[in-house]
Design a binder for this molecule. Sequence first.
Ligand SMILES: *Cc1c(COP(=O)(O)O)cnc(C)c1O
Length: 479
Amino acid sequence: MSKQVKFPEEGLSSEKILAKMKADRSDDLRWQDGKAFCLIYHPGDEKAKLVKDAYNLFFTENALNPTSFPSLRKYEAEVVSMMIDLLGGNESHTGSMTSGGTESILLAVKTARDFSRKTQAYITSPEIILPTTIHPAFVKACHYFDVKPVWINVSEDYRAIPTEIENNITKNTIMIVASAPSYPHGVIDPIEAIGKIADKHKLLFHVDACIGGMMLPFVKRLGHDIPNYNFEVQGVTSMSADIHKYGYAAKGASVILYNSRALRKHQFSVYTQWQGGVYGSPGISGSKPGGAIAAAWAALNGIGINGYLEMAYRTMATTEFLKSEVSKIKELNIMGTPDMSIFAFDSTEINMYELADELNMKGWHFERLQDPPAIHLTISQVHDKVADDFIKDLKESVEKVKAFKLRKVKDNIQLEVIKRLVRILPDGLLAKIQKQFSGTSSATGDRTAAMYGMMGVISGDDLDEIVLDLLDKLNSLDK
Ligand SMILES: *Cc1c(COP(=O)(O)O)cnc(C)c1O
């Protein structure tokens, strides 16, 4: 058991607290130098200051009750409207701001479920169709709202297969979901073909543009070949798009959009019998940070189409450069044909988690994919300055990894999970696994690839249990 932290008797001085907090950040991801290809979207110091100032201006305000803060109500309505405009909608479209992509997705699924309860009351166990590349937030939504996920395979280029979708429609299907683009490989599912199927079977169709919603419109305007993915496509009934990713706003800003107000009504919650008064709220949260809404509004208005175009231009130029350099390295292979500024690369010759470790040790940060193991880059407007350095370090690291004599390991799961996993595994199991991998050169220090390999010997349900334990530990005082 971890030691409890005592609730402080007296408050410390602001100087002391802030000095301590600054020191606490020393181990945090250092994104400021542009070496992080994940988690962070920085619009440059000037625009970042605007977003922060806007956030601070509304730091105290609560958007729970829109009549108390007409300013925030207006910002929220305008952000939604601007996003509808950006994503090919019209006057009949509507939506809500949410705290992030996950909330937008939770609401899309909840809305679909409640819509079907109203219009297709015979459905008692609703299903939604999900390509295997879809974001896990949909799995979370299914779990929360008791909807059954029906998985469909993707093609060799990682796109959802329309015929697979059609073949998996049952009398219980309430919605089809696809990505524009998917997070793992950055490819856009065939939205037009899927839209036709949704239309034909009179099903709801959600396009998850969480990561693409504030990038694809600009990439398309720049002349890149982007297939239709938005409300212009017949059959699309809802979309999610994050403003806190390529919108470069403060975290806590996304939109869920619908093709009609009648559909959106199923998203809302009301309770009119409460002694505290009639209560209604559009989304999952009650109290809502005014700052995140204000910051999103300030970002859209302060950056504008031209600002986003300029950032998208540099981002795509960097992406093209990185893709072309990666594809020149004969051991590496770009997965699928990425449509935007996200791509992943794998290898049949070298161990990708070894390569990832090498790059981490040179200060680079990114996500690791599994099945098959791969390195995943989310490129944004800060990366033009570091692209050359990355390629240099990548080439060096590939050579280094080739020199390792490593057995081919079956790999799984995310880096942090593994690092910490070692601390929570039952001693016996750990010893057993370590023994099995003790022959590898890299089971020490910061190198985690061998530990990834360990995951191969832990299967299915055991792995779920281990990750649950891990989450429990991560959300506690334990080290
Ligand atoms: C980021 C992302 C989400 C989830 O958004 P959060 O803001 O992290 O909750 C959903 N779908 C895709 C494709 C994403 O990239």
